[in-house]
Design a protein around this ligand. Structure first.
Ligand code: ATP
Length: 471
């Protein structure tokens, strides 16, 4: 399997003391998990190296022969303004630090034996550089308005503009090491989006999915982190957890909004420290997988209510994708209908049927509380009983009826005053006539759909239409 480098860009360590370079590099690679490192002890080589390779971060010593750190820093600011430079000096001098920051350094660090402090500072600088790159990439993609890897989204049928923007956003952030939070109502396609993120990510490791709803503390820890043989009664074999199984691929945690508070602490620790302990082991393992989480719940609301940790919430939503419900992307309905019909026809070994054009109108008037999953199963139900050339609308109407929903939520139904701005009210007869005509127009003169919109039976509508025609 190909080793994924972290970060995706190079980190250049510049210092004239080879022993310091070696020990810094070992700290960053070992406990820091930073793997894309190059060392250079002659500051004169730095500019040439930057031309040859993609570096995003330079850790720069100040006191060096030939070209001093400060001289190099001002050249870097001039010639490579997008590069992050973290100055590391043996001098604890405020004036020097201020000068370096003015010259454009991202941070100033006094050389210390405190490994954790250095690692934290380097990670912060990496994160900032990642964000800058993502931002730039996103701007470029939005301006281009094109997808670089449309095949990654092949399973997601859509022609909707908002969905296309989401794809562009995903392409821009998919290679980041930060978590991605996917939200949206049940059945909108969050799992498909998680798959697309995985398809686009940096490595070719597996996609491992775990539904974390209702897992108690110990099952959650065992599922994610695994255990050693003998860790608890019944642990007859050492078993790796999902984090390890995901290796350098993607760990997809579904229903994250249902995670208990104690499990949230465990997940937060995993994200913060990038390592975990299998049950019964005191040797930490490094997490290499990318984390993608999804929920149909409103996490911001849960956070406000105190049932979702604030720190975890902010960590998870480093990148956030919200998928709109189907009722907000009705332009997708015809395409989805054709797609689901083809899928169902293959399953039932039937010919793809034609359908009345009013079917699209009918589906567009429905709110689809179960989103694409509901639409898919409606189509599959209809296809399972279908046996003529033309698909019947009855199974669709029945399914909507079962949900207790009449199609076409009207302005009146939503509580809005339809007579607002109307100086003179119509008579009751005129209002009825206009309402019936409008319902018929919206349903392309299909009486069964129009009668549902109006909340009357089809024979009652037919009678009313006859009367109107006589008048
Ligand atoms: N754009 C789409 N094109 C084709 N099929 C889709 C699309 N979106 C969703 N589906 C189908 O709808 C069903 C539900 O999708 P998915 O499981 O990804 O939704 P979800 O948001 O993860 O749901 P839940 O919140 O219940 O876990 C699946 O059968 C999926 O294949």
């Amino acid at each position: 399997m190909k080793e994924a480098l972290y970060p995706a860009f190079g980190v250049l360590l510049v210092d004239d003391e080879p022993p310091w370079l070696r020990s810094l590099s070992m700290s960053l690679e070992g406990p820091g998990g930073i793997t894309n490192i190059t060392q250079v002890s002659d500051s004169r080589q730095v500019l040439a190296l930057l031309e040859q390779q993609d570096f995003g971060l330079v850790l720069l010593d100040l006191t060096m022969p030939y070209l001093s750190g400060e001289e190099l820093l001002s050249k870097l600011a001039e010639e490579h303004p997008d590069l992050s430079v973290l100055v590391m000096s043996g001098l604890n001098q405020v004036e020097t630090a201020v000068r370096c920051m003015r010259l454009g350094a991202f941070d100033y660090l006094v050389k210390t034996d405190d490994e954790d402090r250095i690692i934290d500072a380097v990670r912060r600088a990496i994160r900032m550089q990642e964000l800058q790159r993502e931002n730039k990439e996103m701007r470029r993609r939005f301006l281009n308005d094109r997808l670089e890897c449309p095949q990654a989204f092949a399973q997601i049928v859509t022609q909707n503009k908002a969905m296309r923007s989401i794809f562009q956003y995903i392409e821009a952030v998919a290679k980041s090491t930060q978590p991605i939070l996917i939200t949206g109502e049940s059945g909108v396609g969050k799992e498909l989006v998680a798959r697309a993120v995985h398809n686009l990510s940096r490595s070719d490791g597996p996609l491992v999915s775990v539904n974390v709803a209702g897992l108690d503390d110990s099952v959650f820890a065992d599922t994610l982190f695994g255990h050693r043989k003998g860790a608890f009664t019944g642990a007859d074999e050492t078993r790796s957890g999902m984090v390890e199984q995901a290796a350098e691929g993607t760990l997809f945690l579904d229903e994250i909004g249902d995670l208990s508070l104690s499990c949230q602490v465990k997940l937060l620790r995993l994200l913060q420290e990038g390592e975990f302990y299998p049950l019964g082991s005191d040797i930490p393992k490094q997490m290499k997988a990318r984390i993608v989480v999804a929920t149909h719940q409103d996490l911001a609301q849960k956070r406000a209510a105190g049932s979702f940790r604030k720190d975890l919430y902010y960590r998870l939503r480093a990148h956030h994708v919200h998928i709109p419900p189907l009722r907000e992307r009705k332009d997708d309905i015809p395409l989805l209908l054709d797609n689901f019909l083809e899928e169902a026809a293959r399953l039932f070994d039937k010919k793809v049927p034609s359908y009345p054009k009013e079917l699209v109108t009918l589906l567009s008037t429905y709110s689809f509380p179960g989103n694409l999953r509901e639409m898919r199963s409606m189509v599959f139900d209809a296809m399972s009983v279908h046996n003529s050339r033309m698909l019947s609308m009855t199974p669709f109407l029945n399914a909507m009826e079962e949900q207790g929903e009449r199609p076409a939520p009207s302005a009146a139904g939503s509580g809005e005053n339809v007579f607002y701005g109307c100086d003179e009210l119509p008579t009751l007869g005129e209002a009825v006539e206009q309402l019936v005509n409008e319902a018929m127009r919206r349903c392309e003169h299909n009486q069964s759909i129009a009668s549902r919109i109006l909340g009357i039976s089809q024979p009652a509508l037919s009678k009313r239409l006859k009367l109107l025609r006589k008048e």
